[in-house]
Design a protein around this ligand. Structure first.
Ligand SMILES: NC(=O)C1=CN([C@@H]2O[C@H](COP(=O)(O)OP(=O)(O)OC[C@H]3O[C@@H](n4cnc5c(N)ncnc54)[C@H](OP(=O)(O)O)[C@@H]3O)[C@@H](O)[C@H]2O)C=CC1
Ligand SMILES: CCCCCCCCCCCCCCCC(=O)[C@@H](N)CO
Length: 310
């Protein structure tokens, strides 16, 4: 199934800001006729996003009459609630806006040491990063078996590290869901994106709680703009790839994250990844992990010293 921006009905979750909003803008400006439905919890943010893109905010209702000139709609929905997701798909079908592509962008991180997180923050991590992808994927599996589903994991899924306890395990779960759906939905196209850092509203917020050791470890993933990230993803999707990092470090980490699913991985220079990953796992990773563990131990000692000084 080829990927293109033209002649689509695209459902974008997390479309009220950040990368999801960027994709909505991309479809409106780079295609002549695709129709876009953006979904997130906040009706106000969805309306503001559509105005920001330069269009008229219209809420999609079951009995909406969709004219050719109208290109973008919004539906407020908490995608971590399975009943709300079921209702969303009823609205889409009754309004005859049956998606040909689904971009499951919703998500977000609260980087902190695990013990410093509140139970509510942990719950939001599961809801925003996994349940939103899970329930939308479930409806795609049941109602849209020939659809193109694009899931959004993270480069952190290949190498979960200190500070991402509320987030990375969910992105690992998204990665494994993509592998399973590829085996269960042979007529669908299942893509999984593994972005590195990019400058979204969510990224600005996560930077305020991110421990310095987390910033140090992820330093090689320089934050790019949403527009750059969106354009890179579209470019690789159009080339036919389905396992897409947004930067080199993500591609390198993917190479080392072999496992049994390498066979249904469709990524750039797959053979090189296979060889590089094997060599790196043998010769480079052991050295890197000694250095990384040493840095983390040093950081904990420094934090301990700071606490004792208080
Ligand atoms: N920014 C980065 O550096 C990276 C981001 N990613 C991933 O890329 C995707 C996009 O990231 P980014 O643009 O930064 O995201 P943002 O944090 O900027 O925006 C998140 C979006 O998800 C929506 N959302 C959150 N929870 C729910 C929910 N329960 N139901 C419906 N909508 C929800 C929010 O809208 P509302 O509040 O209205 O619900 C918002 O539109 C995410 O999956 C993120 O994890 C991956 C790697 C790096
Ligand atoms: C040979 C071994 C080399 C190992 C190098 C390790 C480098 C790790 C870089 C990880 C980058 C993760 C970015 C996560 C972005 C994200 O998801 C957050 N911004 C949340 O939104």
């Amino acid at each position: 199934m080829k990927y293109g921006l033209e002649n689509q009905v695209v459902l974008i979750t997390g479309g009220s800001q950040g990368l999801g909003k960027q994709f909505a803008h991309k479809y409106l400006t780079d295609s002549a006729n695709s129709k876009v439905v953006i979904v997130s919890r906040s009706a106000q943010k969805l309306q503001d996003a559509i105005k920001d893109i330069g269009a008229q905010p219209r809420r999609l209702h079951r009995d909406a009459t969709v004219g050719d000139e109208e290109r973008i709609w919004y539906v407020p929905c908490d995608l971590s609630d399975p009943d709300a997701v079921a209702e969303l798909f009823e609205i889409l079908f009754e309004a005859k806006m049956v998606p040909t592509q689904v971009l499951a962008c919703a998500g977000g991180a609260t980087p902190k040491l695990f013990a410093d997180l509140t139970g509510r923050e942990l719950e939001i991590g599961v809801h925003s990063n996994y349940l939103t992808a899970l329930y939308v994927s479930h409806k795609v599996a049941q109602l849209l078996p020939r659809c193109h589903l694009v899931l959004f994991s993270s480069a952190a899924a290949f190498f979960p590290f200190i500070g991402y306890g509320q987030y990375a395990p969910m992105k690992v779960a998204v990665k494994s869901l993509a592998s399973i759906l590829r085996q269960e939905l042979p007529e669908a196209r299942i893509s999984c994106i593994y972005p590195g850092n990019f400058l979204s509203e969510g990224y600005a917020i996560e930077e305020t709680t991110k421990p310095s050791i987390t910033k140090q470890i992820e330093g090689s993933s320089k934050a790019i703009t949403c527009s750059e990230c969106c354009n890179r993803i579209v470019w690789w999707l159009e080339k036919g790839y389905d396992d897409i990092p947004s930067d080199f470090i993500g591609w390198l980490l993917m190479s080392m994250d072999m496992g049994l699913n390498k066979h249904n991985n469709n990524s750039f220079l797959w053979i090189v990844q296979l060889i590089l990953g094997t060599v790196a796992n043998l010769l480079i990773v052991p050295v890197y992990m000694i250095i990384c563990s040493w840095d983390i131990k040093k950081w904990h000692k420094k934090q301990q010293a700071k606490r004792e000084k208080r």
